[in-house]
Design a protein around this ligand. Structure first.
Ligand code: AHG
Ligand code: MN
Ligand code: MN
Length: 334
């Protein structure tokens, strides 16, 4: 950063706020709050083995997945930082079965925050990159009342902001407020600030990487098998097992991530509201694309909080190729 202007995430978001004449600054503050939670989670991730936050928490979450201590801790940090700010009316998390309304005592605000507090849990104990994913909506129910499930079940296209944090070789927060692109900020541990490092991210139209768990091959449809057969001859396989890490690499370098529906998971594995929709929001803001194999993720109407969806996300031309190949395979099978 020597010589270049230090742009903190706070000053950048205020700049961006000028794009919205009606902005009141509250959304800006919600983004600060998420950045603060990210700093706290990052501080634990960076010393996980020393802070006794490795390993299992000894409980199973609503997904039926073994919770890791860091899943639980990150979830508590997100709620602790956000719930009492008066800026949100309800939070919803991969780790909580039901939405957590903000009580009248804590002055429910006009925003809704959904999140995957710790993405890539299977990578925590082996020091591979992990992340946090967040999605922000405006409330639908009357101001001043505790938020409800209705406030959480909104289509991805109506997000007012979304983003993720990747705890990798450095901690980077990427967000978009819909217009004005997607932007990345690197946490400078010397000063504890997120500084602008990736302004106006534009994802390559096609990329060299493809990311998919090929051990599921036997359960895939013929369409996905054909897609991967072609990708094997033209691209480079990279699969970290943390959606945020695979997504971020493909966003920056170009590439595509797929988690198909298969015989074991007919709706796929990844969750619509706090994994697929926020990342689809970023992908489209950066000129990429995201579908469930045929429909844009951002147009899918959620019916349940932890609803899963197949996910094809990344470079626009690669996503289009998958859609075309799957459609041809379906037509051929008809
Ligand atoms: P989470 O840790 O929040 O449950 O997410 C894990 C997800 C995602 O991060 C990753 O892409 C995917 O699970 C990996 O699944 P497989 O191990 O089945 O490939
Ligand atoms: Mn996840
Ligand atoms: Mn998670």
């Amino acid at each position: 950063m020597r010589g270049s202007r230090l742009v903190t995430i706070e000053s950048f978001i205020i700049e961006q706020e000028r794009l919205f004449p009606e902005a009141t600054g509250e959304l800006t503050n919600v983004l600060y709050d998420v950045a603060l939670a990210a700093k706290v989670i990052s501080s634990y991730v960076r010393r996980a083995g020393l802070a006794a936050v490795l390993g299992r928490a000894g409980a199973v979450n609503v997904q039926g997945e073994e919770q890791q201590k860091l899943d639980v801790l990150a979830n508590e940090v997100m709620k602790h930082v956000i719930q009492k700010t008066g800026r949100v009316c309800v939070t919803a998390s991969e780790e909580d079965e039901e939405p957590v309304p903000v009580t009248v005592e804590h002055r429910p605000g006009k925003y809704v925050l959904l999140f995957d507090p710790l993405d890539g849990s299977s990578n925590i104990d082996v020091n591979a990159s992990i992340g946090t994913i967040f999605s922000i909506h405006k409330r639908m129910t009357p101001e001043g009342t505790p938020g409800t499930l209705e406030d959480c079940l909104q289509v991805g296209r109506s997000q007012v902001a979304a983003g993720y944090v990747i705890y990798g070789s450095s901690t980077i927060l990427v967000y978009s407020s819909g217009v004005g692109g997607a932007h990345g900020f690197t946490l400078d541990p010397r000063i504890g600030e997120f500084l602008l490092s990736h302004p106006n991210i534009v994802s390559p139209k096609s990329g060299t990487y493809y990311s998919v768990n090929e051990s599921n091959y036997d359960r895939w449809s013929d369409g996905y098998r054909e897609v991967v057969r072609v990708f094997k001859s033209k691209k480079n396989a990279r699969y970290i097992g943390s959606l945020v890490a695979d997504f971020h690499r493909n966003l920056i370098a170009g590439g595509i991530f797929m988690y198909p529906a298969d015989k074991k998971s007919p709706q796929g594995k990844l969750r619509l509201l706090y994994e697929a929709a926020p990342l689809a929001f970023i992908a489209e803001a950066a000129g990429g694309a995201a579908t469930d194999g045929e429909r844009p993720i951002l147009d899918l109407e959620p019916a349940a909080l932890h609803q899963r969806t197949p996910l094809v996300i990344g470079s626009a031309e690669d996503v289009a190729f998958v859609q075309k190949t799957l459609a041809k395979a379906t037509a051929g099978a008809a």
